[in-house]
Design a protein around this ligand. Sequence first.
Ligand SMILES: Cc1ncc(COP(=O)(O)O)c(C=O)c1O
Length: 447
Amino acid sequence: MKSLIRSAVVCPDATKKYPAIVYGKGIYLYDESGKGYLDASSGSAAVSNLGYGIPEIAEIIREQSLKVSVLPTHVFSSRVVDDYFDALVDFAPPGFSKVWTVTSGTEAVESAIKLALQYHRVKGDEKRYKIVSRHTSYHGNSVFMLDIGGMPIRKKIYDQWMNHFPHISAANTYRKPDHLDEEAYVDMLADEFEQTLLEGDPGTFAAFIAEPVVGAAMGAVPAPPGYLERMYHICRKYGLLFISDEVLAGFGRVGTRFGVEKFNVIPDIIAAGKGISGGYFPLSAVLASREVMEPFVQQNLPFLGGHTYACNPLGAAIGRFVLTYIAEQNLVQKAEIQGRYLKEKLQYLYKHDIVGDVRGEGLLLGIELVQDKVTKKPFPPEMNIAKRIGELAMEEGVVLYPGKGTNDGFTGDHILISPPLIINQEECDQIANVLDLCIEKVVGVPA
Ligand SMILES: Cc1ncc(COP(=O)(O)O)c(C=O)c1O
């Protein structure tokens, strides 16, 4: 009973027995029976960018916790935190001047949005409070972040608690209207954004938020060419801040330091998490441009919004090591190179009738599964097609990250593939081969 209660809390299926993991090494996790699993999900998901079992990190945790692990930050600073924040500013896009850490992606995105609101207030603009986000997006699991996010199934139960800020269309080239080419599609999305602002009084909007490559919500859907630039310019035109949610895409995952950099956009604020610590500590961060911080600096006003573990030295020591490791191991470049290799391998899966789209950037890749390739008709959700492929892959020793709701928040199946950035070509081959086998099996077996 005890373990049943625990399972119901942390696992999606309380009736199921999950393999108990004892340890991880490199990109593999090992269960109690000794079976190894190639973690092509990197935790849930895209967290373990450096792989598992790095001895230096164990040493850093020991050393730093012997020195100091948490501080009364209202009266002290510490060298380890200051050094880390300097290094994070250096890692950020040009023009960024301020960072601070919190502990989850949800906190980081929510803090980024709070910063946008406070920025307008500090400038004396009390009218701006609305946030524009997109359908089929995920920005965190607090009620406010579910509100901002665009996943109807997750937010439905809290509907009475929500602000219902406007959501605009997701940008997904695979599902664009057939009669539009890519350029016209981007025009259409940009017009929708502008129209939404005009209809809601542009002077009441504080910020626009988007993931540069939509990760878990849609299965690695990259922004169409030119899309983010257009959205950025509309933000500029109407006085909104542009927030890039890089919780999943940041820290090298998509082959650039931050995802937006791949699309030639420098946002006003970045929210980061997951890969920032490689999973060795619950760490996330807000990164802000000099322009955003300017009014705070001029008026000597702080950002209002502390958390107990914000800016703590233990997280900073681990985060600092992760930055060094990313640089020394060339993980950003590796994500690009191995990502290209793996994506090429995955093209082979198009031979299956149900593989509609293979997509993604760097090592944030996805496969969308469809009933009909021509019409792109999704599978009925109750068939759990992606989940079943994920289960078959587990039997073969590969962890994938299947998802549902890809098409419209309700229907549509995808598989996210986001292995650690240290993956080699042989391991990429293993992922592609297992996917091939499991898709073949699922097609042959009725639901
Ligand atoms: C894009 C994005 N934003 C925010 C979050 C929330 O992060 P966390 O689960 O660490 O709160 C996630 C988590 O999956 C995410 O993918």
